[in-house]
Design a protein around this ligand. Structure first.
Ligand code: F6P
Length: 359
């Protein structure tokens, strides 16, 4: 009988519980024991490790739609990969993780994480050398190389789209514009997809240079005197500081365009998991369990051209852009961005959405 562990790390998103529930279900059908590690790596930093044995009763099927992680994602000030690197304690931290994993005697660990967690898992793979490490990509930012989709993205697009839909109604009543700031770090996918879905007049993303005067002109030329402008939190405006939505809002105000800013913030990480995210989480869970059966390790599940399969973590690192953390130079992540070939950029442009100066 195999013994496997599950851990959710990094920021939460909708769809984590679906993945956990499906892994438990598939593993129990195989008569494997499943242990949930609580609070990401925090659960491995205590003695004995903080784990719970999971079965179908603990995370019933009717709860799989709920956002957040049943296993939690960790405490901000705890010792984790980031804080250990920052505090010069990475060797001791790695040793502690190895000790706890050895104590748990796991055959495999399924790590559900974002590009930061996956990059760190590869960089510190020695910790996991005595078990099979299978990663599942999740993030609302959709900035993970080698997979066409990540768990949580579709629900975040839905959340942000619904938010813009509601704002559109009050915008119309007051003849004003809303500058909505989307999450996504330095990747524009969430802003782009939600902007197109909600019929925004303009979408500004970090990957495409924009001209603020052209934006102003574009808004003035609209047939309506209200609407939505979606700006990604990763954009910058030379000579200006502050929140991106505020910077753009000030420029619009200076040009006589009535507007307000709106910050949906963590609502984008919440919301009932969409069917598309549940399907993706289910496919990734199934793929991860097969990977364990096949004896794989140091791999990530990926969706490529609607085919679900595993790719090596080495390839995940090699195919992304390696980005250094602005605060911790030793901390590197493999990042993906909105590709210039993304067909949605052409669609947005053809629909009269101002998307920057690339086209
Ligand atoms: O990576 C997910 C994400 O939600 C980003 O889009 C956002 O910039 C960040 O996490 C917010 O992090 P926190 O919850 O720590 O404020």
């Amino acid at each position: 009988m195999k013994k496997i562990g599950i851990m959710t790390t990094g920021g939460d998103c909708s769809g984590l519980n679906t993945a956990i529930q499906r892994i438990v279900r598939g593993a129990n059908l195989r008569k494997w024991a499943v242990y949930g590690i609580l609070d990401g790596t925090d659960g491995l930093c205590v003695t004995p490790p903080a784990v719970i044995k999971l079965n179908d009763m603990m995370l019933p099927i009717e709860n799989v739609r709920l956002a957040g992680s049943f296993l939690h994602n960790g405490h901000a000030n705890a010792l984790n990969f980031e804080t250990a690197i920052e505090r010069g304690k990475i060797a001791a931290f790695n040793k502690q993780l190895r000790k706890s994993l050895a104590e748990l005697k796991l055959d495999a660990l399924i790590l559900i994480g974002g590009n930061g967690s996956l990059s760190l898992a590869w960089a510190n793979r020695d910790i996991y050398r005595d078990l099979q490490l299978i990663c599942i990509p999740k993030t609302i930012d959709m900035d993970i190389p080698l997979t066409d989709r990540t768990i949580g993205f579709d629900t975040a697009v839905q959340q942000l789209t619904s938010y813009c839909d509601q704002l559109m109604l009050t915008a119309r009543s007051h003849h004003r514009w809303f500058v909505v700031q989307a999450m996504g770090r330095d990747c524009g996918n969430l802003a782009l997809y939600s902007g197109v879905a909600s019929g925004a007049a303009a979408i500004l993303i970090p990957e495409i240079k924009f001209d603020v005067n052209r934006l102003v002109e574009h808004i003035k030329n609209q047939t309506t005197d209200y609407g939505i402008i979606v700006v990604s939190e990763g954009i910058t405006l030379r000579g200006h500081s502050g929140k991106p939505a505020d910077m753009i809002s000030r420029k619009l105000t200076a040009a006589g365009i009535q507007n307000r800013t709106a910050f949906p913030e963590h609502i984008q990480r919440a919301g009932d998991t969409t069917a598309a995210d549940r399907l993706l989480a289910t496919r990734f869970a199934d793929c991860a369990l097969h990977a364990i059966e096949n004896g794989e390790t140091n791999v990530m599940t990926a969706l490529i051209n609607d085919e679900c399969r595993t790719v090596s973590l080495a390839d995940f690192i090699a195919s992304g852009e390696i980005v250094h953390d602005p605060k911790i130079s030793d901390l590197m992540t493999s990042n993906a961005y909105v590709s210039p070939d993304n067909p949605l950029l052409d669609v947005a442009h053809d629909m009269g959405i101002y998307i920057g100066e690339q086209k």
